[in-house]
Write a protein that binds this ligand. Structure first.
Ligand code: MTE
Ligand code: MO
Length: 169
């Protein structure tokens, strides 16, 4: 009897803990810009974590200031840190497939977001990016602070028009 009660109590605690964790990711109120799927603990839709702009803005932000292969002159990108997105969804995998509107996708090691202050830029020179200007989200590596990142593998992972991240491996 004691065992059953203990087990029941244990399950109640587990269930409560799960609810609290799930509740930590509110549902998006606005247009969904990013959907994260795969190996994640926190969801707000069927097996996925969906983010609108307000949710992305509420996460810890990063800033890039410098030149990129795709823009002219000095340019500023701001947006949530990739690591903050991983934390928000409770990511546990090692590889992400970052997918764009145009069917382009790149496999990105989760460790890139942990080792480098990669951002999912929401703004370019202070303005939101329409789709024709590579928006709404653009993976930007901190090539300004880490010049060694100015290599082809980084460029391949610098996905623009991002809509989804699948944590696959
Ligand atoms: N959405 C999207 N992002 C993308 C690409 C793309 O085709 N679509 N090409 C990638 C590749 S392979 C590289 S090298 C860089 C630069 O592409 P570009 O040489 O066409 O400017 O952007 C990356 N990001
Ligand atoms: Mo490329």
């Amino acid at each position: 009897m004691l065992h059953r009660r203990t087990l029941l109590g244990f399950c109640t605690v587990l269930f409560a803990a799960r609810s609290v964790r799930a509740a930590s990711l509110a549902a998006p109120a606005g247009k969904v810009l990013l959907t994260v799927r795969g190996k994640i603990a926190n969801t707000n839709a069927d097996g996925s974590a969906r983010f609108d702009l307000a949710m992305l803005d509420a996460l810890p932000q990063g800033r890039f200031e410098g030149e990129t292969p795709w823009t002219k002159g000095k340019t500023v990108f701001t947006g949530p840190l990739g690591s903050a997105i991983l934390d928000a969804v409770g990511a546990s995998g090692t590889t992400m497939r970052v997918a764009a509107l145009n069917d382009y996708s790149a496999d990105v090691p989760v460790s890139d977001f942990r080792k480098h202050a990669v951002i999912l830029a929401t703004r370019h020179d202070g303005a939101l990016m329409p789709v024709r200007e590579q928006g709404p989200l653009w993976v930007i590596y901190p090539m300004d602070k880490e010049p060694d990142l100015r290599i082809e593998s980084t460029y391949t992972r610098s996905v623009w028009q991002v809509t989804a991240i699948d944590i696959t491996g």
